[in-house]
Write a protein that binds this ligand. Sequence first.
Ligand code: KG4
Ligand code: ZN
Length: 357
Amino acid sequence: MKILAIDTSCDETSVAVTEGARILTNVVSTQVRYHKKFGGVVPFLAQRLHKSRIDSVVELALERAGHPNVDAIAVTYGPGLAPALQVGIEKAKQLAADMQLPLYAVNHMAGHIAASYAVTGRKVVMPEFPVLAVLVSGGHTEMVLMHSFGEFEIIGQTLDDALGEAYDKVAKMLGLGYPGGKLVAKLAREGNAQAYYLPIPMLRSGDLNVSYSGLKNACRLLIEKLSAEGLNRKIIADICASFERVAQASMLAKVEKALIAHPEVRQVVLGGGVAANTEFRKKLRALCRPRDLELLTPPRLNLCADNAAMIGIAAHFGVVSGLVPADPITLDRVPYLSLEDTTFTRVMDSASIDELK
Ligand code: KG4
Ligand code: ZN
């Protein structure tokens, strides 16, 4: 089944054509340079830009895929910025009506999970349930036990800021620019991660949750103190490295705890913008290896960030697990959509398992 997928949940206008888990084309038109001067995404500016670009991005995706016969439309309906989501949903409804195709509503976070199953070469990786999905993006940080592609159980999450958001805020405090995750990560490679003491949050909370607002404040105080004496590249790199070590250690401690609590887990999937962080991947892999668990990450770095191909792939796996088309009359954006709201199940018969392959 060829799917034309759309994602406009934040500041990328993205349209893809996928077939099963294979990506035929994945066009991403980023708005970053417009939001940069505001230090974050401005929702109504994002909406205006999505509106002005969506038609040409759809056209470009269809052209690059060689004008295929599309069998279905898929669109992100949440979570995300309400005005931004609306643009993609309206376009998807229009396309589904014009082309008389079924319309599938996809949870953006299910897309971040699906990105690790994208087939970009010859290697095909199949989900082995239960899967532990570690989702670390700019808007979300959660650990999800996935029993099928239609049954998600959130077993831990952030109580406040997301991990990517914490990176972005530290970058902002240091005047590094937006989005800052990548810049903090790059500087951290030059710095000494033991240079400054920052407490690892939530280590003794007894649950699988994390929290980054305390660490963010500790960084703010540290930066204020060091700024009084004057910052230089070496000091900034040391701050980035110290922050990164502690922020990652907190998340990794909870992943380890989750793996101990759920020995039935057969596969670990890393998704979301922070999945692009090589240090985090390395440490997570080191946690999985002694347990004989495979860590799946998106096969290309650009599949960690927001894109529509992951939405098409999530729709494919969703359909195999029993996802039915949405009613275009009632389908609406759900800005705070949880993966647990997206739970639906169908007993997998052998035919649907074959379909997955
Ligand atoms: O998944 P994503 O593209 O958008 C959301 O759905 O939120 O994630 C973006 C987040 C931003 O906070 C960005 O700073 C962060 O991912 N990020 C990184 C890295 N690359 C992107 N954080 C840490 N290290 C990176 N290499
Ligand atoms: Zn995202």
